[in-house]
Design a protein around this ligand. Structure first.
Ligand SMILES: Cc1cc2nc3c(=O)[nH]c(=O)nc-3n(C[C@H](O)[C@H](O)[C@H](O)COP(=O)(O)O)c2cc1C
Length: 331
């Protein structure tokens, strides 16, 4: 049987398929089903920066708690349920997930601004998370805010979080940077151990009849994978940090493409909402069968085999390909 082992964020994984951050991983029963279906790791749903108000709270004014849901190292943390249920419940969920599963558990924070809340990363580490994913998301709508300011804000966040924890830290970014390769290098220099390509935004929709704006969630399609393949293929030879694709992974074939482009692992979410958790096993079987049919004994043999540097046609990853593609459509 083909060997599917890989390493991401210094974590040895039995295969490259991680279930990405979403409410499915916020439920202990579902987490167990995810593990049973064969996923190699899970990312818990993000805790939002706005939910973490530790800074300036005056922790000492709260009585110590006794809570079997928390590891002993965290039981001195004040009972904050009435103040911030989310933050406290999140630590308990990490700890419970770690107790229930044998696969790695990656915690996630959605934020953009390094503040007092960054110390919360330490608590995430103390709750025994194997790694931390920082989903950096800020929508700069003010014309006075520059891209340099936004980038520096993100970089400071990564530096501060890295200074607080010793577990590996990944950054989940959007593709919307003017100079993506440059900011990715800076994230690596700031200490990031991994990069998740990419965040997927939920765009507003307009109903012309009611003139109402809605933001109903739409699941991804495999077509979204192409943007990730391009950037993974370009970045693979430029950075050492782990690369993980999130967005458009719906089948074993999609996993294969991501790995060939140079990803160390991939994440899936929409496909599981659409097909159920059993789809994890289906995707892994498809991946294994493809490798075996094509006489590969391990993933390592195909990983990064179609990066920008390795591809037969390197221009396929670049701007030069733009005109070729457009001119191929005659009618
Ligand atoms: C219902 C739902 C909830 C999500 N919640 C989070 C979240 O809390 N944090 C996060 O970083 N991404 C979140 N995501 C984004 C996914 O982790 C993933 O990046 C995105 O769905 C693209 O992957 P996919 O094409 O496999 O769905 C969520 C996605 C869905 C569908």
């Amino acid at each position: 049987m083909a060997n599917l082992q890989t390493t991401y964020l210094k974590l040895p994984l039995k295969n490259p398929l991680i279930v990405g951050a979403c409410p499915l991983t916020g439920d202990l029963d579902k987490l167990k089903q995810i593990e049973d279906a064969g996923a190699a790791a899970v990312v818990l749903p993000s805790l939002f920066e706005e939910q973490i108000q530790l800074h300036g709270m005056g922790l000492s004014q709260f009585p110590p708690r006794e809570d079997d849901n928390l590891p002993p190292a965290l039981q001195h943390i004040p009972q904050m349920d009435e103040y911030n249920r989310g933050a406290n419940g999140y630590l308990a969920h990490i700890y419970q997930a770690k107790k229930a599963l044998s696969i790695p558990v990656i915690a996630s924070i959605n934020g953009y601004y390094a503040g007092g809340w960054v110390q919360y990363a330490r608590l995430i580490e103390a709750a025994k998370a194997d790694a931390l994913e920082l989903n950096v998301y800020y929508l700069p709508t003010k014309p006075t805010v520059t891209s340099a300011e936004v980038e520096e804000m993100y970089l400071k966040l990564v530096r501060d979080v890295k200074a607080s924890v010793s577990i590996p830290v990944a950054v989940k970014i959007s593709p919307f940077f003017s100079a993506l390769a440059n900011i990715v290098h800076q994230f690596e220099a700031a200490g990031a151990n991994g990069l998740v390509l990419f965040n997927r935004f939920y765009q507003p929709e307009i109903d012309p009849e009611t003139k109402m704006v809605s933001s109903a969630l739409q699941f991804s399609t495999p077509a979204e994978l192409r943007l990730r393949l391009r950037w993974t293929g370009i970045l693979r030879s430029q950075v050492k940090m782990g690369l993980c694709i999130s967005g458009g992974i719906h089948s074993g074939r999609d996993i294969l493409k991501g790995l060939m482009a140079g990803a160390d692992a991939v994440m899936t979410v929409s496909a599981l909402y659409q097909n159920g958790l059993g789809h994890i096993q289906t995707m892994l079987t498809e991946l294994r069968e493809w490798l075996e049919t094509n006489d590969y004994g391990s993933l390592a043999e195909i990983q990064a085999s179609v990066t920008r540097n390795q591809a037969k046609d390197t221009s396929a990853f670049e701007r030069a390909n733009y005109m070729t593609v457009l001119s191929s459509k005659k009618e």
